[in-house]
Ligand binder design. Structure first.
Ligand code: IPM
Ligand code: MG
Length: 357
């Protein structure tokens, strides 16, 4: 068993180093026979090889069971042509190449962090604990045609979904709902978009056929964006298409107190996965060792759970994160100055979590 480590750009290398620290400790504790190899991706790879996704990196990933991914992109590479840009040239091709159709984004507000949430106590006290199942390899991001006209006076993106694509992600989400509170909210824009009509029909049919024990409701995406901040406790599993999932998952992640807390897993049918924080490379704070490594460390936990089938080790990491937070350590993004809080840097947060395993 082996995983590839693609730390990338910006805060990527700083937070990945903390996840590797935690991995080393957890591997020792559980005597795991899992190795890893680091490789370049994104702007860092472009600077050395002239491409954000070098052949060497892709071949390494193909030999591995999973990818622990940091973040890519930054102002330095913003003016490159589209296919050479870190996000478009590495992350999106990796998702497509490995057919990572299911993107899981758990949103959770830890009890010790309610003060860091932008929402009032009266709203968050009823709990924030839900998970997005975002379709990741179809829809507006990937459908063709996708181009800018030669005269640059117009452009087109295409939004296409097949029943098969919708069924694949819906199936996964229904199964997950069964292992949770059995509440599934499917989000679409069926009042305007034809893909939304197909989305709703497909989810409804699958529900009737196989999952009538799950409590299914449908919600328009505009309403959902409001419900997430008005009454987040109503959500358990959210089933959502690619673009809407991109947008709503950032909004929801903020409820937990910081984007720096939210991990993600992108899986294919064989449970090969790419595991990354949802926050991005954060060039504005890179190099200062102030970034929150928790999103990366929780991404490691998801990797152990889904690609390596080690639920106990995964749970141990998640509990260690909770314990560290309960002990008061806070990186800058979640520091409120309240009594009992201790402001720490990226490395100290990483070692505190490793010590709490
Ligand atoms: C995310 C990111 C990516 C996306 C970008 C970097 C292409 O925002 O994972 O949410 O939009 O999917
Ligand atoms: Mg996003």
């Amino acid at each position: 068993m082996h995983f590839a480590v693609l730390a990338g750009d910006g805060i990527g290398p700083e937070i990945v180093a903390q996840a590797l620290k935690v991995f080393t400790a957890v591997a020792k504790k559980y005597r795991l026979n899992i190795g890893y190899t680091e490789a370049l991706v994104g702007g860092a790879a472009y600077d050395k090889y002239g491409t954000p996704l070098p052949k060497e990196t892709l071949e390494l990933c193909e030999r591995c069971d999973a990818i622990l991914f940091g973040a890519v992109g930054g102002p330095k590479w913003e003016n490159l042509s589209a296919e050479l840009q870190p996000e478009r040239g590495s992350l999106l091709p990796l998702r497509k190449f490995f057919a990572l159709y299911a993107n899981l984004r758990p949103i959770k507000l830890y009890p010790s962090l309610t003060a860091s949430s932008p929402l009032k106590d009266s709203i968050v006290n009823s709990g924030v604990d839900f998970v997005f199942f975002r379709e990741l390899t179809g829809g507006l991001y990937f459908s063709l045609p996708k181009q800018i006209a030669d005269d640059r006076k117009s452009a087109v993106d295409t939004l296409r979904y097949s029943v098969k694509e919708i069924e694949a992600i819906a199936e996964f989400a229904f199964e997950a709902a069964r292992a949770r509170r059995r509440i599934l909210t499917s989000i679409d824009k069926a009042n305007v978009l034809m893909t939304g009509v197909i989305w709703r029909e497909t989810v409804t049919a699958l529900h009737e056929k196989k999952y009538s024990d799950v409590n299914l409701s449908h919600m328009y995406v505009d309403n959902a964006s409001m419900q997430i901040i008005k009454y987040p406790a109503q959500f358990d599993v959210i089933l959502i298409e690619n673009t809407f999932g991109d947008i709503l998952s950032d909004e929801a992640a903020a409820l937990s107190g910081s984007l720096g807390l939210t991990p993600s897993a992108s899986l294919n049918k064989k449970k090969f996965g790419l595991y990354e924080p949802i926050g991005g490379s954060a060039p504005d704070i890179a190099g200062q060792m102030i970034a929150n490594p928790i999103s990366q460390i929780l991404s490691l936990a998801l990797m152990l759970r889904y690609s390596f089938n080690l639920p106990e080790a995964a749970k141990n990491i998640e509990t260690a994160v909770e314990r560290a937070l309960a002990s008061g350590v806070r990186t800058k993004d979640i520091y409120t100055g309240s009594q009992g809080e201790i402001l720490v840097n990226t490395a100290k947060m990483g070692s505190t979590i490793a010590d709490n395993l």
